[in-house]
Design a binder for this molecule. Structure first.
Ligand code: G4P
Length: 532
């Protein structure tokens, strides 16, 4: 049995829990596997990737998972490096981009933002960044694909600075790009991350140099490339502020590394920056007070639930981020929502190389708790007084659809499936109080495609999605009880209840929403709702 760093302090001071955020195709998968490789967690880069319908990471194919017949397609990878334990939480991109992605970010203490050098900041990077900003999560920026022709490095930095309102501080600077890519130069340590096999080979060495003007550079790099590099690196040095770890920890400044996940440079340095500067577990926002990692009693919250991991048993795994205390297997924790005690006898740890039963876990660690639907996203587990974790929002859906069931006999299964998807955060479901059925809400079109696919493959239900007469939804509440009652009565045709029974106003268009808001000043219309 593998045990994890038992020398750890109880506050999880040696834990670094982070995510990689990016727009699809920027290189997150490639970078993930290379980081695991350079950290020594996997032997061969390249073998955890399988292309096809689903991109899966190594944890999917582990013997234990196979024996149990379950698979974790996007979850958590734990690895040890430089005396630290890293928990890398996957934020699904592409096909399953959903609230799940946002919520995962509530469970990390830092993030690496990957940007494609040819494309700059793209829409999904921006959305994910905004979520990080809500909690001022420190971000390390990796500008990827420097082995291809990309945009000018200075222009890219300006874009980050202006569109994300974030101070940038370059740590490494590219020496050429595309066919003229000669690696990445460390501005702080004066090292060139390059290839022992020359240009075109994998970048496997770091070369200590005496500054930007070291003649060794002229030996390796052709004159036009080296002089352009020196000019732009000098400019970068003079224009951008020096790296300030404090400002980084406050979420105001991002260190930037230019490189190539495919060609490996300067990935050892990226790991080093992560190890050196990424913060240990931070206090978690909660009521009645924030939870500090040093607290001795165990607390944690569910940030993700994955259902149907075992097709035969319809079990699910709740992913719990530990926030304080030292967790031991077999512990009884209070499930705050139900008030019941929960014996955590089979917690799961997510090692990059193997998945195993967790004996002990510390703040910052993630454990998987198999259950049959007891645990929901946002739920708190604790050893001491009741707490409620805040900051795990539901987002107002941007796409609303009516669901058409091809085989009406399967209404019950449909209900269960919709409930499961709502629990996983794939889609939301709103029951119209007028009794006219349910409306499905998603934060993006892709989720609806996922819903249809999974309905058929996992539940054997064929459904059609039809336009709903609504364009947007808002959670509603009011301090004025009688006004609230009157509002619900008058607007009955537009009122629904979400899965937790909370009232929602469905508007046909933006105009109707703003008109209704003006007409009912005593009612609050909310774009997010914290899970109860
Ligand atoms: P994602 O998880 O962010 O969606 O990106 P992923 O790593 O899958 O990378 C997307 C594509 O970009 C892949 O190419 C990958 O090989 C390529 N890529 C990633 N990093 C680099 C890099 O540093 N340099 C270059 N030149 N390419 C990079 P693909 O053609 O879609 O897949 P494949 O057939 O190459 O595997």
């Amino acid at each position: 049995m593998m045990t994890i760093n038992t020398a750890s302090s109880d506050a999880g001071a040696d834990r670094r829990t982070f995510a990689i955020i990016s727009h699809p195709d920027a290189g997150k998968t490639t970078l993930t596997e290379k980081l695991l490789y350079f950290a020594g967690a996997i032997r061969l880069a390249g073998h955890i990737r399988s292309r096809g319908e689903h991109r899966r990471t190594q944890s999917d194919w582990l013997a234990m998972e196979r024996a149990r017949g379950i698979s974790v397609s996007s979850s958590v990878m734990t690895f040890e490096h430089a005396g630290l334990t890293f928990n890398l939480l996957d934020t699904p991109g592409h096909h399953d981009f959903s609230e799940d992605t946002y919520r995962t970010l509530s469970a990390v203490d830092s993030a690496i933002m990957v940007i494609d050098a040819a494309k700059g900041i793209e829409s999904q990077t921006r959305k994910l960044f905004e979520v990080c900003r809500l909690r001022d999560i420190p971000i390390i920026t990796f500008i990827n694909k420097m082995d291809r022709e990309g945009r000018d490095p200075l222009e890219l930095l300006d874009e980050i600075e202006s569109t994300l309102a974030l101070d940038v501080s370059p740590i490494t600077w590219p020496v050429g790009s595309g066919v003229n890519s000669y690696g990445s130069f460390d501005l702080l340590k004066s090292k060139l991350y390059t290839s022992s096999a020359g240009r075109g080979g994998a970048y496997d060495r770091d070369l200590a140099l005496a500054g930007l003007h070291d003649p060794e550079l002229d030996r390796i790099v052709p004159p036009d490339v080296v002089s352009a590099f020196r000019d732009s690196a000098e400019l970068a040095f003079s224009v951008y502020p020096a790296f300030d770890p404090k400002s980084f920890l406050q979420g105001h400044m991002t260190p930037v590394l230019f490189g190539s996940a495919l060609k490996d440079f300067p990935l050892p340095r990226l790991l080093e920056v992560l190890a050196e500067y990424a913060p240990p577990p931070q206090p978690q926002p909660a009521e009645p007070r924030p939870i500090r990692p040093e607290e001795t009693r165990v607390t944690g919250f569910v940030f993700k639930v994955q259902a149907n991991m075992d097709a035969n048993h319809r079990d699910r795994v709740a992913f719990v981020r530990l926030c304080s205390g030292r967790f031991r297997r077999g512990m009884r924790l209070k499930h705050v929502r139900s008030g019941r005690a929960l014996a955590v006898n089979n917690p799961i740890f997510f090692f990059a190389r193997e998945r195993d039963l967790a004996e002990e876990a510390y703040p910052g660690d993630i454990i998987g708790i198999p259950n049959h639907g007891t645990l929901r996203v946002g739920d708190a587990l604790c050893e001491g007084d009741d707490v409620r974790f805040t900051g795990l929002p539901n987002f107002a859906p941007e796409v609303l659809r009516r669901i058409r069931l091809d085989d009406p006999i399967r209404g019950k299964q449909l209900k269960r499936a919709l409930n499961d998807f709502a629990e996983e955060g794939v889609t939301q479901v709103f029951d119209l109080v007028s009794g006219n059925g349910a409306i499905i809400g998603a934060v993006g079109q892709l989720q609806l495609d996922v819903l249809s696919d999974r309905m058929q493959s996992e539940y054997g239900i064929r459904v059609g999605l039809e336009p709903a007469p609504y364009a947007t939804a808002r959670w509603i509440r009011s301090k004025d009880e009688s006004a609230f009652k009157l509002f619900i009565e008058r607007e009955r045709h537009s009122i629904a209840r979400d899965r937790d029974g909370e009232p929602v106003f469905l508007a046909r268009n933006a105009w109707e929403l703003s008109h209704t808001q003006d007409k009912w000043p005593a009612i609050e219309f909310l774009e997010t709702r914290e899970r109860s």
